[in-house]
Design a protein around this ligand. Structure first.
Ligand code: ADP
Ligand code: MG
Length: 330
């Protein structure tokens, strides 16, 4: 079970007194911990809303997991190099958003990283061999994705392309969760799926507290928190090199799950990136993007994106903030 990267701390849980109260649930979905906390005037309706969110998270996993053979994504990967494959409007939207961030970042965010990335096995401590690198690195290029956004079809213009939405799907899932909760009349909630969180309203008069973990320091049960941010009505995504990784015993290299599409190797100039913004789909894609780009290029990209902020921890452990989070100079 993966550890929560962002801690939601200090959540006020009222005792089960019937009417208005805080309700909370946590389940393992999408290979991570999904946590939902809501305030609802009627406990029964609040519980129903949480169940609806969990059901939607399971649907998203079953549709886009590359590991489930029957998923829409796995079936697409198997056939899209032969002919255009019809996809749902939702799938088309996720591809379109992914391509948007690929273009914006000059290919630092690229869902075709999976052409080679598929052959990493972090639990089994395996990485692709030299032959696989030679054959599959050329298949990493978002320009091989031919999306018809009107008819909703996708084709691969290269035989070895695979895609994986792991860098954007959880952020999308927390956006959907907030839409669902709103439909139930909920105005105070927090939803997180691993390192992607979305806050709806505040904690009834107080901010939610979101922690950024220390990428290198473990406490007794979990990682230490280096920084706690009081927040409301925002999406927060953290990408770190400490969630899914192994140390290559021969080289001492930390092999982790964020791949630089240019090299086919784990990105190594920073160790943690947190992005704040209005929507999880964007903060998720951007946390992965800035992780690949590093501090300088990453902060330069954010300059063109009003409404987004970043906290980046570089390889030396230094914390960098985007201008929006820095105090104004005197
Ligand atoms: P997590 O999945 O741990 O929340 P991130 O949001 O940082 O983490 O996304 C990492 C995931 O993104 C990887 O597990 C992989 O599925 C995908 N990914 C890795 N490298 C890239 C990349 N360069 N572009 C797009 N997606 C990537
Ligand atoms: Mg991400």
């Amino acid at each position: 079970m993966r550890l929560l990267r962002c801690w939601l701390i200090g959540i006020l849980l009222a005792p089960g007194t019937g009417w208005a109260e805080w309700l909370h649930d946590q389940q393992d979905i999408m290979g991570t911990e999904v946590t939902v906390t809501v305030w609802h005037d009627q406990a029964a309706a609040g519980k129903e809303a949480i169940a609806a969110v969990m059901a939607d998270m399971r649907r998203i996993d079953a549709t886009y997991s590359p590991y489930i053979e029957s998923s829409e994504l796995a079936r697409l990967n198997a056939t899209a190099a032969q002919q255009p494959v019809p996809i749902s409007a939702e799938f088309s939207y996720l591809i379109e958003r992914s391509l948007h961030y690929s273009r914006l970042s000059g290919g630092a965010f690229d869902i075709t990283f999976a052409s080679l990335g598929w052959f990493y096995d972090y639990r089994g401590k395996k990485k692709p061999d030299a032959e696989q690198r030679k054959n599959l690195l050329p298949a990493i290029n978002y320009k091989f994705l031919t999306l018809d956004p009107v008819r909703h079809t996708l084709a691969f213009a290269h035989p070895n392309v695979r895609i994986d939405l792991g860098g954007i799907a959880k952020g999308y899932a927390v956006d959907r969760a907030v839409e669902i909760l709103r439909r139930y009349g909920i105005t105070h909630a927090s939803v997180s799926a691993g390192g992607d969180s979305r806050l709806l309203g505040d904690r009834r008069g107080r901010p939610w507290l979101i922690g950024i973990k220390n990428p290198r320091q473990r406490g007794a049960d979990d990682r230490e928190v280096v920084l706690t941010m009081p927040l409301s009505d925002v999406a927060v995504s953290t990408s770190g090199d400490y969630e899914r990784f192994f140390i290559d015993e021969k080289t001492g290299e930390r092999v982790h799950h964020i791949i630089n599409p240019k090299t086919g190797r784990s990105a190594d100039s920073v160790i943690s990136v947190t992005i704040l913004g209005p929507q999880g789909t964007d903060t998720d894609a951007l946390s992965t993007t800035l992780f690949v780009l590093g501090v300088e290029q990453g902060l330069a990209l954010l300059e063109g994106l009003p409404g987004f902020d970043a906290v980046i921890i570089d390889a030396a452990g230094k914390v960098h903030y985007s201008p929006g989070l820095q105090p104004p100079s005197p």
